[in-house]
Design a protein around this ligand. Structure first.
Ligand code: PEP
Ligand code: MN
Length: 362
């Protein structure tokens, strides 16, 4: 597909700035709940109020959202906070109802982005409608699916698009509900220049205690905003109760967050950065040259082993090599874990190369 010209969030027509702050409950529960949360958020930095109306639940039996009736309640938040509102849509009916209720921004959820049929249905319902849409990453770490959903929207005439990074499903139990896999949103940013990526630490963390740390990390990586689930009484929330924070916690937390300057906003920063990146480029080239030279010796050793009928893997030698290199790295402030990983990768490649020499012979 030809390059997309995405309208930057500053030009969406809402006075949005970076970092864009989106806050509100996982689910709309009652008009009183929306009112309590909005009142709690008064005076905090917030650009867009969120609430789930139709909740896609992994298993039936959990609260599946109030449905269309709750759309009107969002006007309460709009009135109190003076900010636009956003809801998740997953099919044509949702789009139709959300537009009728004058919701300002739509988002496509992680369980919808995985399915091109559903994404296309939403896109078809949006033909000829000019509304901004945010696209959450698919549940599985598949950059193409995320990109594909954005492309489908763009093809249906939407250019006010942002991406939301909410982490990726992981079959191992880790400290996160959804693994952040930071390289994926960063790669997407590289692929679509001008696309804002908003981090959703609530769904990455799955619990309150790591939300601040992940929010700061997102800003450090240069992501363009945060979407945070905020509830006036999180423990009694009807969905995602463990990961929601109170308006007070939200306010305190965002005051502590260190906002990193975006590269585009500061020309001197940009030129310093260009110089530093040139250094990194030179270092990488030097590193590759050294590696290639090292593998030249590995081949010579392989040749020696072949001639003398020695096994490729020599356990003692490998043990000495790793432990000495790990120690050398530690003296230069490189972590033990990192040094092990690097030495292991080099060793695997060496073994492969030497084995292929023996295979050629046999
Ligand atoms: C949500 O934002 O409440 C939600 C359901 O998120 P996700 O689609 O990222 O799981
Ligand atoms: Mn949620």
């Amino acid at each position: 597909m030809a390059e997309m010209e995405i309208t930057s969030i500053e030009n969406w027509g809402f006075n949005f700035q970076r970092p864009l702050m989106i806050a509100g409950p996982c689910s709309a529960e009652s008009p009183e709940q929306i009112e309590a949360i909005a009142k709690g958020l008064r005076g905090s930095q917030i650009d867009l109020f969120r609430a789930g109306i139709w909740k896609p639940r992994t298993r039936p039996g959990n609260f599946e959202g109030i449905g269309g009736d709750a759309l009107e309640w969002l006007k309460i938040a709009k009135e109190i906070l003076g900010v636009p509102t956003t809801v998740e849509v997953a099919n044509a009916k949702h789009v139709e109802n959300a537009l009728k209720a004058e919701i300002d921004v739509l988002w496509i959820g992680a369980r919808t982005t995985v399915n091109p049929f559903s994404v296309q249905e939403v896109c078809d319902a949006l033909k000829g409608v000019d509304i901004p849409v945010m696209v959450k990453n698919p549940i599985n770490p598949d950059l193409q699916l995320w990109l594909g959903a954005i492309e489908r929207l763009y093809q249906s005439g939407i250019s006010r698009i942002a991406a939301v990074h909410r982490g990726f499903s992981n079959r191992y139990v880790t400290e996160f509900r959804n693994a952040p896999e930071w390289s994926l949103p960063l790669k997407l940013k590289e692929m679509i220049p001008g696309l804002a990526i908003i981090c959703d630490p609530s769904h990455i963390c799955g619990s309150r205690d790591t939300i601040e740390e992940v929010s700061q990390k997102a800003l450090n990586f240069g992501l363009d905003g945060l979407m945070l689930e905020v509830h006036h009484d999180p423990d009694n929330a009807w969905s995602d109760s463990k990961q929601q924070i109170t308006p007070l916690t939200y306010n305190d937390m965002i005051k502590r967050l260190i906002i990193r300057d975006s590269i585009d906003s500061s020309p001197e920063l940009k030129s310093d950065l260009v110089k530093l990146r040139e250094k990194v480029d030179q270092m990488d080239k030097a590193m590759i040259d050294v590696l290639a030279e090292r593998f030249g010796y590995i081949k010579a050793i392989g040749e020696y082993k072949r001639k003398n009928n020695l096994a490729v893997f020599q356990g003692d030698r490998w043990h000495d090599v790793t432990s000495s290199r790990v120690n050398m790295g530690k003296e230069k402030d490189l972590s033990e874990e990192f040094m092990y990983k690097i030495m292991e990768a080099i060793h695997d490649e060496s073994i492969k190369q030497q084995e292929s020499m023996l295979e050629k012979e046999s």
